[in-house]
Design a binder for this molecule. Structure first.
Ligand code: KIV
Ligand code: ZN
Length: 517
């Protein structure tokens, strides 16, 4: 009885309680697709719907019962015989059919909703289970609002249900009111006081964000079935999230004393994506286990740790839940280790000063751009490599003013070793003014024989990638610049070209390689 074995049954109610979420309306084909995937995932029970609720619900439950092999297929029913008969009609073709009957037992539900006395509720429980017993031996009974019901009354009703033939006693925290310690104690109390051969199940709603914690407290106290839904969808704030329940039991096998589920965890991410796509309910980025950030590390300290040993900051192997392995997301919190590692993975090798300068550029960009893509990295490295071995000048700041009513002007501050040099100029446009201010600061002017702007990736925060060719005093050099702002990218490209011209002037032997025809 109760916790006699080590297997925790996973009862998936995505297609019943989950489908009750506002705005979700799955057609029969979509429900079948989800049910097939749930079978692949290895859940023990699929609650396919509430057959009396509508013809569409009936059709879907019947189709799933006929087609899906492996899990038990359950249909929900109130205590009315018409409900139970209809539920049986829908599930009877299943390999293993189940009828799931629910009846409220809390004072408020009995008085205000059912308008039944406790004695009537007990009689109703006995009659409904007996009716279902005429069809099948697999009967689940749920005292709705169980967590707010009087525990001794619950024991009475549940004993009646077991004596009439119920084999699973599900204890709903219908309104998400329970807290773990209290809910766990209730489960233990019921197991200790209801006699017979049955297993106890949890069904917790998430109104206080405690659905998973409450369910696990139930398991720790002897429940051997957990009702849950993929991505935690369900009435109001939803149900306990299936993926969290399964991974908590698996990851904390030490705490849950060797308990296990039959779920093939590598299917979790795929199942989550399917349910999200068909229901139209997005999965929050930071959702445990299946969220897109569940295995992403942005802080430099975390990235460093994960690169040296994944387990420093990960308790689940991403591959074990069908997610992509540890993703190092380069952003403004990333450190040099992660930056260098990403470059290396892309086959880009920078060392010493070049790596330091590229890292500085990366940090500048990351302050303005949320996520740095591989293409962005390539562009930064190309800019750095293209700048030549020695940068005489580097950009400190550039201010550009422009618009339709003013003459565009720019003011630049460059570092020439330890010295700051400044330049100011006006131009035909903001790019022209920016370039002229660099010419003013460096004294290197010339003709732009080529000027090419492209964007590294799509989106409003895409990096602008500018390549220029500058001809100055008979020398020609190319320069490249990337920045989220195209004027700044142009200025950087020009400055790169100026650095090369300066170098060619100072080291004439380099001309053969770098100067144009
Ligand atoms: O939340 C609830 O009480 C239910 C029952 C029908 C099990 O969904
Ligand atoms: Zn529910």
């Amino acid at each position: 009885m109760g916790d006699a074995n080590d297997r925790v049954m996973i009862f998936d109610t995505t297609l019943r309680d989950g489908e009750q979420s506002p705005g979700i309306a799955l057609d029969v084909g979509e429900k079948l697709e989800i049910a097939e995937q749930l079978a692949r995932l290895g859940v023990d029970v699929i609650e396919a719907g509430f057959p009396i609720a509508s013809d569409g619900d009936f059709e879907a439950v019947e189709a799933i019962a006929r087609a899906v092999r492996g899990p038990v297929v359950a249909g929900l029913a109130r205590t009315a015989f018409g409900d139970i008969d209809r539920a049986w009609e829908a599930v009877r073709h299943a390999e293993r059919p189940r009828i799931h009957i629910f009846l409220a037992t809390s004072k408020i539900h009995m008085e205000k909703k059912l308008r039944m006395s406790p004695e009537q509720v007990k009689a109703e429980a006995a009659a409904s289970v007996a009716r279902a017993r005429g069809y099948t031996t697999d009967i689940e009974f749920s005292p709705e609002d169980g967590s707010r019901s009087d525990p001794d009354f619950l024991v009475e009703v549940l004993q009646i249900a077991v004596d009439a033939g119920a084999t699973v006693l599900n204890i709903p925290d219908t309104v998400g009111y329970g807290v773990p310690e209290e809910y766990g104690r209730l489960i233990r109390y019921l197991i200790d006081h209801v006699k017979g051969d049955y297993i106890v199940s949890t069904h917790c709603h998430d109104d206080l964000g405690l659905a998973v914690a409450n369910s696990l407290a139930g398991v720790a106290n002897g429940a051997r079935q957990v009702e849950c839904a993929v991505n935690g969808i369900g009435e109001r704030a939803g149900n306990a999230a299936l993926e969290e329940i399964v991974m908590a039991i698996r990851t904390r096998g030490d705490y849950f004393a060797g308990l296990e589920t039959g779920v093939r965890t590598e299917e979790l991410a795929r199942t989550s994506r399917l349910v999200s796509r068909l229901t139209g309910y997005p999965v929050q980025y930071n959702k445990a286990v299946v969220g897109r950030n569940a295995f992403a590390h942005e802080s430099g300290i975390h990235q460093h740790g994960v690169l040296s040993d994944r387990e420093t900051y990960e308790i689940i192997d991403a591959a074990s839940v069908g997610q992509e392995a540890a993703q190092i997301v380069l952003g403004k919190h990333s450190g040099r280790h992660a930056f260098a590692d990403s470059l290396e993975k892309m086959g880009l090798s920078l060392q010493g000063d070049a790596l330091n300068q590229a890292f500085v550029r990366f940090k500048e960009l990351a302050d303005r751009k949320v996520e740095i893509t591989d293409a962005d990295l390539e562009a930064i490295v190309a800019e750095e490599l293209g700048a030549g071995a020695v940068h005489r000048y580097s950009m400190v700041s550039i201010d550009v003013h422009g618009g339709t009513a003013v003459t565009p002007s720019a003011r630049v501050v460059l570092a020439d070793g330890d010295v700051k040099v400044e330049g100011e100029a006006q131009g035909n446009g903001m790019i022209d003014a920016a370039i002229a201010s660099i010419a003013d600061a460096t004294g290197v002017s010339g003709t732009l024989v080529d000027f090419n702007v492209s964007s590294v990736t799509g989106g409003r925060d895409a990096l602008g990638d500018v390549v220029v060719q500058l001809e100055s005093g008979g020398l020609r050099a190319s320069g490249r610049g990337v920045a989220t702002d195209v004027v700044e990218a142009s200025a950087r490209a020009y400055l790169n070209a100026v650095n090369k011209i300066v170098r060619l002037r100072e080291q004439p032997e380099a001309r053969d390689v770098e100067s144009g025809p």
